[in-house]
Design a protein. Structure first.
Length: 280
């Protein structure tokens, strides 16, 4: 009889352990995702597209773009707490499908505080559905104004650099791509969307402050962007490229990589590393 009793006690302890282990793993994961007093930029691995998650020193969350498919949802799940379904700001640089595909689902699954976008002239069912959902959920909309910053009150500032008001209704979605600079302490990340070389020249000509510690290379490393003048104005210590493996465009282009090499700027890509976690 004592042997049976001992076996039963062991069985109870094993059952308790089996129940508590997942709880402990979840608790450990949630603890690791608590704010650490630093600003993070996660260049999410979404293939041939863009999706970037910024987390401020106190834990404010900013999602910039939503990638070409729904993989951004999985990436967000890996970097955001399970029990806090909040994103303080969602921005999309322009309405091309490789930047907005996951955003409708993001708006459905998370509590989004504000939306930032440039209302370019663009016709697509995907873009219309996104705007309809923003309106239906009554999410406050911010239109870009290069004279205004978005200050999150904890050391992270989002500097809106582009487009100017006269380009907001442009049909050239790349030329009017939203360009942002995230600043925290002495670090900064320049987020260029898909802006083209003509847009870069216009920013430089307008005296736009482009200096940054990290440059998110424009248009997945295409040949017609991230020009030498832009690189000279930015003078980054690191360039990162969000790009898919074996993509049909041949990105990143040899010409753009040669420009980075010429200026001795190190480069990291999502196709080689997956999601890139930067602290700035």
């Amino acid at each position: 009889m004592p042997t049976v009793s001992l076996w039963r006690r062991r069985k109870v302890w094993l059952l308790c352990g089996a129940l508590l282990l997942p709880c402990a793993l979840v608790a450990g994961r949630e603890f690791r995702l608590l704010p650490d007093g630093q600003a993070h930029a996660y260049i999410l691995d979404v293939g041939q597209g863009d999706a970037i998650l910024l987390v401020s020193p106190s834990g404010k969350r900013i999602l910039i773009d939503g990638g070409p498919d729904l993989s951004a949802l999985e990436q967000l799940g890996a970097h955001l707490p399970f029990f806090d379904r909040r994103i303080d700001l969602v921005a999309f640089t322009h309405p091309d499908s490789d930047h907005i595909t996951a955003l409708p689902e993001v708006l459905k699954r998370y509590r989004v505080g504000r939306i930032l976008f440039s209302p370019v002239e663009h016709v697509s069912g995907q873009y219309e559905r996104l705007l309809t959902l923003v309106e239906a959920k009554r999410i406050p909309v911010i239109l870009p104004d290069p004279s205004q910053d978005i200050d999150f009150g904890d050391g992270l500032v989002l500097d809106i650099l582009w487009p100017p008001k006269n380009l907001m209704r442009s049909e050239d979605t790349n030329r009017a791509s939203l360009v942002l600079r995230a600043l925290a302490g002495s670090g900064s990340v320049l987020l260029t969307g898909d802006i083209d070389e003509a847009g870069e020249e216009a920013m430089i000509g307008a005296g736009t402050p482009l200096a940054a510690t990290v440059l998110k290379v424009s248009h997945h490393g295409s040949a017609g962007a991230t020009s030498l003048p832009l690189l000279s104005a930015t003078h980054p210590a690191l360039a990162v490229i969000s790009v898919g493996k074996d993509n049909r465009f041949g990105h990143p282009s040899p010409e753009m990589l040669a420009r980075l090499s010429q200026l001795k700027i190190p480069v990291r890509t999502t196709m080689e590393e997956g999601t890139i976690d930067l602290v700035f």
